[in-house]
Design a protein around this ligand. Structure first.
Ligand SMILES: C[S@@+](CC[C@H](N)C(=O)[O-])C[C@H]1O[C@@H](n2cnc3c(N)ncnc32)[C@H](O)[C@@H]1O
Length: 208
């Protein structure tokens, strides 16, 4: 779920041998175009629910912020964790950046995201974002619009995504069923310990 593979490129530039993959071919093509070739970074098109690569077994796997929540059901999450498990060496680590469900529904304020680096000189491109989280279903509904402004007008391309959150106990039992032992739980990338009531949940799990 690497999208353009920027995190993979960061790790590779710091000396790790990295494999990054995404189910969307355009993402990998565009990532390769932007990043260029880095000897120790491989990028593939693959589905996290059933991937396998010839470089396995790996020492470490990483699914970035919220990405696992894009999968359509807990069964698919289990398939993804089983595939990750199969590709790790015994004692290898999986780090998952997850969000736990809030007990209360809420609306997201409308936000606009500008590209960090302007990619075009002949047009302006930005993204608008709004949505709501439904505590009943534990689904975060996000509506985004890519807006493209050129000299001849404005084009708007709307799309929606749903992020499905799961209770910690359910995720722990799925991790256990897939053959992982949870070694650490953090509430942020600064590795502060996770406490009951924290919604951000970073899990460090080891392949048994
Ligand atoms: C929000 S983006 C990831 C962003 C990335 N983590 C980053 O920070 O650059 C989510 C990505 O997950 C990918 N994706 C969705 N379902 C997938 C699947 N089943 N297997 C692999 N990738 C998937 C999408 O194509 C999309 O590029």
């Amino acid at each position: 779920m690497c999208a353009l593979g920027l995190t993979g490129a960061y790790l590779a530039r710091h000396g790790f041998d990295v494999t990054a993959f995404d189910i969307t071919e355009e993402m990998i093509d565009e990532g390769k175009r932007r990043i260029g070739s880095i000897e120790n970074l491989k990028m593939y098109v693959a589905d996290i629910c059933g991937f396998s690569f010839e470089d396995a077994p790996y020492d470490f796997t990483y699914v970035e912020k919220q990405d696992l929540h894009l999968l359509p059901s807990i069964d698919e999450v289990q398939k993804a964790l089983s595939a990750i498990h199969a590709q790790l060496r015994p004692g290898g680590a999986a780090v998952l950046e997850l969000t736990l469900p809030s007990g209360e529904s809420f609306q997201h304020d409308k936000r606009t995201f500008q590209p960090r680096v302007p990619n075009y000189t002949d047009k302006k491109v930005w993204k608008e974002h709004e949505g709501y989280y439904d505590a009943e279903t534990k689904i975060n509904h996000i509506n985004q619009t890519v807006v493209i402004e050129t000299g001849s007008g404005i084009e708007r391309i709307p799309y929606s995504i749903s992020l499905r959150y799961y209770e910690r106990d359910l995720m722990l039992s799925v991790l256990d069923r897939c053959g992982f032992t949870v070694q650490n739980e953090f509430k942020n990338r600064e590795r502060e310990p996770w406490r009951e009531g924290d919604y951000e949940w970073i899990v460090e799990a080891i392949k048994r």
